[in-house]
Ligand binder design. Structure first.
Ligand code: GDP
Length: 296
């Protein structure tokens, strides 16, 4: 089930509650059944869904509810808060500081939208007045160098890459060193995504991380992948210290489950969502407006 269908289903269940003649435990259970089934069909992990159901029931104390003047509001608020909790790990994303040489490393599978998101983030911070540089440390995918270089030049962001060097760690070290020397505020390192989760990919990420010691590592995940999100996010978290998450392709057929699983598996906050292929299609993420919008 894609994201807007998930929103519509939950909204429908909340509206059904508004119309119910009696608000009792049975009505709350019926609402939760529908909300939980919608979440499961959106590929949210079954344990998370169960936890969410228990949490709503804990929030809505039936004895207190009996005497409450606005039962519907109490229940709807409980569901809203718990949905927010699913996409909010309660941690603030790391922020670069102007005047310091901040390094961000991007990780994620090939095709996730990593290279596109590197440029989007560079543009985002450039507009905030930072001096930003991009480093292409992806020597695996033919064309990665040209893609990032082209994006960088379109965005007027300085770029470092080396066609002839085959060791991505060397490129990352050299690129970061050059930009640091020129007192760049933010240096964004794009890494290889390979095709799938494989040992070489994780070893390479670990080596680059050890060499450039990033201040933050951003995990990029395709918002359309559904059930695979949980294991993918877990695998990346085991190798690198994920600081924050960018979920891409939220303009298309994104599934709610992907974003929710990524947060649950990593304990890291979603900082941005990608909403298109253009360099400006990057939206700051925050849980409450996201859930409000989801519910329409
Ligand atoms: P990488 O292999 O992870 O570096 O992925 P790319 O950055 O090359 O992106 C893969 C494809 O996804 C490209 O066609 C991008 O234009 C597209 N893409 C990336 N982010 C988004 C997004 O937020 N929305 C949409 N619709 N497409 C995106």
């Amino acid at each position: 089930m894609v994201l807007n269908e998930l929103g519509a289903r939950i909204n429908g269940a909340l509206q059904a509650l508004s119309k119910a003649s009696v608000i009792d435990e049975k009505a709350v259970d019926a609402l939760l059944r529908e909300v939980c089934s919608a979440l499961l069909e959106s590929d949210v992990n079954v344990m998370l869904v169960q936890k969410m159901r228990q949490n709503v029931k804990k929030r809505v104390n039936m004895d207190e509810l009996a005497s409450s003047a606005n039962k519907r509001k109490v229940i709807q608020n409980a569901v809203f808060e718990e949905l927010c909790g699913l996409v909010d790990p309660g941690v603030q994303p790391w922020k670069p500081q102007k005047g310091k040489q901040n390094v961000i490393m991007f990780v994620g599978l090939q095709g996730s939208g990593k290279t596109t998101s590197c440029t989007k983030l560079a543009v985002y911070y450039k507009r905030k007045g930072m001096k930003v540089g991009l480093v292409c440390a992806d020597t695996f995918r033919a064309g990665a160098f040209d893609q990032l270089k082209q994006n960088a030049s379109r965005a007027h962001v300085p770029f470092y890459g080396d066609y002839s060097e085959t060791d991505p760690v060397q490129i990352a070290i050299e690129g970061v060193a050059q930009f640091k020397k020129s007192k760049f505020d933010l240096i964004i390192v794009d890494t290889s995504g390979r095709h799938k989760q494989e040992a070489e990919l994780f070893a390479e990420m670990e080596q680059i991380a050890a060499a450039v010691k990033p201040n933050n590592t951003i995990f990029v995940m395709d918002g359309t992948i559904g059930q695979a999100a949980d294991s993918q996010a877990r695998a990346f978290k085991e190798s690198v210290d994920i600081g924050s998450i960018i979920i891409t392709k939220m303009d298309g057929h994104a599934k709610g489950g992907g974003a929710i699983s990524a947060v649950a598996a990593t304990g890291s906050p979603i900082e941005f969502i990608g909403t298109g292929e253009h360099m400006h299609d990057l939206d700051k993420f925050s849980a409450r407006p996201f859930i409000s919008k989801l519910l329409g």
